[in-house]
Design a protein around this ligand. Sequence first.
Ligand code: SF4
Length: 475
Amino acid sequence: MPLVKTHFRTCNLCEAMCGLEIKVIDQEIQSIKGDKNDPFSKGYICPKSMALQDIYNDPDRLKRPIKKVNGKWIEISWTEAYDMAVEGIKKIQKKYGNDAVAVYQGNPAAHNIGSMLFSSSFLRALKTKNKYSASSVDQLPQQLAAQWMFGHIFTIPIPDIDSTDYFLVLGANPMISNGSLMSAAGMPNRIKALQSRGGKMVVIDPRKTKTAQAADQHVYIRPGKDVFFLAAIIHEFFEKQLIDINQLPKWMIGIDAISNIFKRFTPKIAEEICGVKKEIIEQTAADFIAADAAVCYGRLGVSTQEYGALCHWLINLINILSGNFDKPGGAMFPKAAIDIVGFMSKKGTFKKYNRWQSRVRKLPETNGELPVAALAEECLTPGDGQIKAFICSNGNPVLSTPNGKQLEKALSELEFMVSIDIYLNETSKYADVILPPATGLEIEHFDLFFNNLAVRNVAKYSSPLFKPEKGMQYD
Ligand code: SF4
């Protein structure tokens, strides 16, 4: 009888951090299931988890560096690949200055202990202002609101979904995402639990998402007008005296200014602009206050719009004013085993906004990075500081960032490009050299980052399941 081994690990493919139970005979995976004893996901997984097996077995995955010679890719040694990358970057820095080298980090970088531990030193060493990442595609407004209100881009209050009685959701689809900037593996089960303890989920969304379908109430809102709905909720808090301002946290400042500002944002005005009936706005405000514990959460839909940062500021304000901040069932700060904020905090961290701007459109930096929507024009527009070389780490921005066609054109005109990637894809095909790291089941895993955004405090370490093949390297 062949020996079946069982391996337990945390899925590193998204923010949800589900626990997996993997059965293996020799080097062959027999099954991947949810780990029922995982304290965080309790057996839940999504179909994407199977991709860990697919990636491991995929004959198209790169395992050794390749370089482009006359349009053809050839395998090279790691020494040659590193030399080529270093020389290519240095040549551009010497010829045009440090800002001529741009760097982009994709999502997988944040789910990988190696890149989390070492990429910040690498980025600092590049001394470039042209840093970009997937964060600017859909979440910087939320981080900016966190920085301005609570002092750091990662002091993001997280809904205590497992204890709340009233979950107000705007522009988010956690039934499918399992939470974003709210790691919550098994969200469908968490919502069911909320409803079976008598709680309610109210979804404000122009789309009939899976989350909207599972909600107790789904309210249509005009896209991009959420800010008026949120402002009218705060108006109701003051106008109907639903809140006791004497009970507000002592650290809260500017309460009189806030109550004055929101006087004019009546539910009637909000109805005209955002399309949500005034009676629904009034009822939502009243229900939110009446609940023993309530929490308001917004994500991509309220971030990728004109008033993104303001929407998130208002969401935080609703949680604070209603007495649902830093309290069970409300919005809370996780206590991860590795405190990323404590790790990163140093003098000046709290003011990392608009210290420099993009060259062409003058878009502001946030926490050291520029919006990736500016990357292509920074490559294509001639002049001092034009990007001439590009390092793409763990990402495919041609597919995942705005105006991919323009970015393709930009990448095709660069003087030098390095990709750190396990695939030859729509972006890495423009590189001169590709360095593929070992990944997934071949590496140890501890989520340094997303435990800081999780709905429960857990610490899960996974050892590698397989040894990387000879000639492969860790990132
Ligand atoms: S939800 Fe995310 S972490 Fe969970 S199994 Fe799917 S991809 Fe993996």
